[in-house]
Write a protein that binds this ligand. Sequence first.
Ligand code: MIG
Length: 807
Amino acid sequence: MEENKDKTQESEKDFEGNYIEKFQEQKEEEFYPGGIISWKQKKGRVKIYAQHSTLELSIISEKILKFRYANDGYFEDDFSYAIDPEFESGNTHYHFETTEEALIIKTDLLQCAIKKSDATIKILDNNGKILIEDEKGYHWKDERRFGGHVVISTLKSSKTNKYYGLGDKTGSLNLNGTRRELWGTDCYGYGNETDPVYKNIPFFMGLNDGEGYGIFLDNSFRTFFDFGQERKEALSFWAQGGEMRYYFIYGPKLENVVQDYTELTGRSPLPPKWALGYHQSKWSYYPEKTVRELAKNFRDKKIPCDVIHLDIDYMDGYRIFTWNNERFPNPKQMIADLKEDGFKTIVIVDPGIKIDPLYTVFQQGVHHNYFCQRMDGARFKGSVWPGPCHFPDFTNPAARKWWSGLFGGLIQDGVAGVWNDMNEPAVFEEGTFPRDVRHDYDGHPCSHRKGHNVYGMQMARATYEGLEQFSGNNRSFTITRSAYAGIQRFSSVWTGDNLASWEHLKIANIQCQRLSASGVSFAGSDVGGFIGAPDGELYTRWIQMATFHPFFRTHSSGDHGDKEPWQFEEKYLNIVRKFIEMRYEIMPYLYTTYWQYSEYAKPMLRAISLAYQHDKETLDREEEFLLGQHILICPVSAPKVNQRMMYLPEGEWYNFWTDELLSGKREINVETPLEQIPMFIKAGAILTMQDKMQYVDEFVPENIKLHVYKALGETESELYEDDGLSKDFELGISTLHTFTQKPVDNGIVILHTIDTEYDAGYTGFEVCLHGFEDPYKVIVDGNTINIDQTSTFIVGKEFTAIEIVKQ
Ligand code: MIG
């Protein structure tokens, strides 16, 4: 009995109900490369032949090294869905030498030593400090069930190391002491311990004694990361197939690691600005009358909103690319009317195509062989919402092209964006596809063991490409639940089916920070929780936090009552309204923050441990985060509290609500009345804001507000502008303002430079001063202007210098 129980716990069932033993259980022999026999130096890479394996080390840049291992002399085709096809590895110069013990490869910033006796690796910085060091190093185990092998790498670790990243994982921000798995899973109602979850981003960062680096394991098989859980002195990562192929990315600043990783896997295109507005969703809003009332309520109650999401019930029997004509007799008209009122409509799509001989999408899929097949050729059949379905093989370029082409109708109907769900892929009962299902993998045929973790990404990609195909010069917006590394090139993400609980507010915050640290900044959670009903206080606190997360959407399963802002008591509604308004007030800043992410690969959210890695006090903090350059937020994550402790990082900060100036590098106690979320602005910031609006670009404001937080040192702020909708910015039709604030005798000076090709239409800047003592004198471009000491004044938008000095 006892034995049997253990067996079921440590095993899982495959599609046919057979037990698959987990990797840990295999007591198979470990194999190692052995000693180095010879090597070959080539342009940009070195090939190293050891007794049992070949290592190809490519010098991608002075900070990025790529390692690949082959055991039988032959490397796999070096194909990856993750790497941005536009990424160009510079022709990096490296220096090669050999010593008695090792081969040494040097870039301007790194040294990689490969030991001759066993081919283990050590990477050091310029000062000879060890960044990573193989323990067992690369090795493998036979995988008899599938005729391949499990490839493993084991590095030295220690309890004091910190590990971050890995996408949407729950649990503490620092991953040390845990084992994590990547195998995209539909995890309805997941919790803090649930693993794996929806997304598969095999990228993590290590912080070792102040020095940061990253490792990206580019392998789409089921992967595992053991951060000192099994043995605290070891860090292992392994894949259940394929080749060991990983990138080492040097920092030492973690922020730069994320940037380099994002350059490698691709930057996020600028979305339409409305996608940064507030979204309202529910499973599901229908019929048309309900949708129209929903929209009207937002406008009547003056709660800003840009987007309404239609969940699966808009379709005819869950047939993708159809409308239920009873519920939505004239979708085109409805969408046009909504648009008139400033609303954009997003619809959901699932991968499951109903098996229905009269349904053209089904017919085409069968006819052209676009559906996934079992090993023996039968189309895979699995049940989801429509009942028995077939599933497109999104790893087949022809199937992707077909899928993209299917969006023409929806786009013509006026649909503005598309929501990709169930793409882990999820199947009722069985969970996902059987492992023998075949995938084309862009001309590298394989089984679902390899295709699974990229399936969701390739679906989102096909959807994105569909929108691109039909949207002319407009930018496209998609959102997806599952993902693989590089998803940011195609889609935003949300964190799936969470719960209406305080714990989940915290989890959502961690997931969004972690996603941002994994190259995927455009992330958000179902505000208020998908499952269950939040009370007014929880909903309010969640809204306050999500106001500062890149993707901002209330969604709910609809099983537990309604969750529009007005479903809550007046006192909550009023605060919720204020924060959604604030989202629109900070839009110039938020949009600029997105642009910085898109342009410089700068993560939009930064955990304070990421932004202040040299301050040990930040390293185990998980709630405080920065949005963009200047805003620090710490959510209120418990009920009925009117104060909370938080860590204020080094530097000087203004409390947004009181203008009180505080010195950081210490823990502080902040007041947290229900109307406020702890929010601090960096001294020296010029926070760009605008009038509140009911939706993005409802009107052109008279002035853009420059909130000047008195500098104690030189600080730069940017403001990026374009039309927010078209791709004209790619032709340079945009404007970038740079504001430099610096202290001078008696006050400060603000210098303004503009690189302008786009006229946003407003007339000037309303300057609002924070932290200045009266009385002061303001000189704009040499002319003293009279101000009435209200701390605000207007200047022309082309000003070049403002001095604010004591009188
Ligand atoms: O089996 O479309 O995570 O956001 O509302 C559930 C219905 C399918 C799961 C998504 C959720 C969505 C729901 N979907």
